[in-house]
Design a protein. Structure first.
Length: 434
């Protein structure tokens, strides 16, 4: 059949099968594109909701979410294969149905513009809008198919991840070198007489490379209150803690409901136990453990906040970080008249110290003037000295047990139930002493 100058050919079974495959590929593209938004839009509460569910889907979803690089590589590779298949098949089907040799412009519009429009609308825009609203439901639905695709495209994903990591490393190193050169020059200009300024500049040099987990107050040190606590009991906790802000949780610390400001309570101190203090709770601010503190400082300033709850990859509470914790990395320890000095270590002699097990490895390295990356090979996920000992030993050590590493001798002095309370540290001998 000829319409105007364009010739149409009859539909065959092969063409109909091709059309059906195109429809299936469009559906696959929509599901894959929606998965990207669904998984990367999951917040701490969504992770907790999925973690509490039972079945293969929730377990697979948590596994995929814990490896975002592999997940993103799988999604991108699959989506590209699917979209390329749609373009090739669509072009073939159109050429089999219509002859555009007499009107090349119209052929270009239909084959390129129209196909691209359908891919964007059906395969990208609509599913991503839906997935952003129902991220948990979409993630659970696509968890098992994505895991299967991850296994199929694993070789391609590995290549993509390695290439991406290489590029990121090069860019990061280049950026770090520029910053280090500029700040090193600033340090030279300060001279020996300006010790305070030099210390601050040294803090700035390392500032952009510090993760929140290195400076946070760990979970075991958080003073928090259950939302069911009576008003008078709450006041007692506030007075004894001395803090101006307290996290409020439901059932346990992994379910932080909000933050209570003491200044919000001041007008209500005289009220009885029946006062509903829960109405004063402000929304919490969550940050991941691997967030850089320079980025968090900007967010604090932008949102006019002073405290954030640090969560792990599963949405569980790892610790708490404040504006003061961040600023102390530049200017040093900040204390006021109400602060009680916390003794984290005792120096016995030039080479022997006794540290609290809860001291952060970041602070441990600063106190002993050690390189920040000295324990990176063995520390794993550990952020405290006690955690490092557990990584080195592989189990909870007994009191008096000795562990050695790169010249350091760690002797467990006190064990409190399942925690290492105190550790004696003997520094390596210098070349002059050997």
């Amino acid at each position: 059949m000829i319409v105007g100058q364009i010739q149409f050919y009859p539909l065959t079974l092969t063409i109909l099968v091709g059309m059906l495959i195109i429809v299936l590929l469009l559906i696959a593209s929509a599901l894959i594109s929606g998965s990207e938004v669904a998984f990367f839009a999951l917040g701490p509460r969504d992770h907790e909701e999925i973690r509490l569910k039972k079945g293969r889907g929730p377990r697979t979803a948590m596994e995929l979410a814990s490896h975002p690089d592999k997940l993103l590589a799988t999604i991108l590779i699959t989506n590209n294969f699917v979209n390329i298949g749609i373009v090739i098949l669509s072009t073939w089907v159109i050429n089999e149905i219509v002859d555009f040799s007499s009107n090349a412009v119209l052929g270009f519009v239909i084959q390129i513009v129209l196909i691209t429009f359908f891919i964007l609308l059906i395969g990208e825009v609509i599913p991503k809008v839906y997935a952003s609203r129902y991220s948990v439901r979409f993630a659970l639905f696509m968890a098992v198919p994505l895991k299967t695709l991850e296994l199929i495209f694993r070789p391609f994903a590995r290549i993509l991840i390695r290439m991406t990591s290489l590029v990121q490393k090069r860019l990061k190193d280049a950026k770090a070198n520029i910053s280090m050169d500029e700040l090193s020059h600033a340090l030279e200009l300060t001279g020996e007489e300006l010790e305070d300024e030099e210390r601050i500049l040294k803090g700035i040099v390392k500032f952009g490379n510090i993760d929140v987990k290195e400076i946070m107050n760990s979970r075991v040190d958080i003073v928090a209150v259950d939302i069911q606590t009576r008003f008078r009991d709450l006041l007692n906790v506030l007075l004894s803690s001395g803090f101006s802000r307290l996290p409020i949780f439901i059932d346990d610390l992994d379910n932080i409901k909000g933050i209570l400001f003491i200044k919000d309570l001041l007008p209500h101190f005289h009220k009885s136990d029946s006062f509903r203090w829960q109405s004063l709770i402000r929304p919490p601010y969550f940050v991941p453990v691997n967030k850089k503190i320079n980025e968090l400082l900007e967010e604090f300033q932008k949102n006019k906040m002073h405290l954030a709850i640090v969560v792990d990859e599963y949405g569980g509470t790892s610790g708490l970080v404040t504006m003061e914790d961040i600023l102390e990395e530049i200017v040093g320890e900040i204390s006021d008249e109400s602060d009680e000095e916390e003794v984290l270590y005792t120096r016995l002699d030039d080479r022997t110290y006794v540290f609290e097990g809860k001291v952060l490895l970041h602070d441990f390295s600063k106190i002993l003037e050690l390189p920040d990356d000295l324990f990176d090979i063995v520390r794993g996920e550990a952020e405290t000295l006690a955690g490092l000992i557990l990584e080195l030993k592989g189990e909870i050590p007994e009191k008096g047990e000795v562990i050695e590493f790169v010249g350091f001798t760690f002797k467990v002095q006190e064990v409190d139930q399942r925690r290492i309370a105190k550790i004696q540290v003997n520094l390596p001998k210098s070349d002059n002493e050997e």
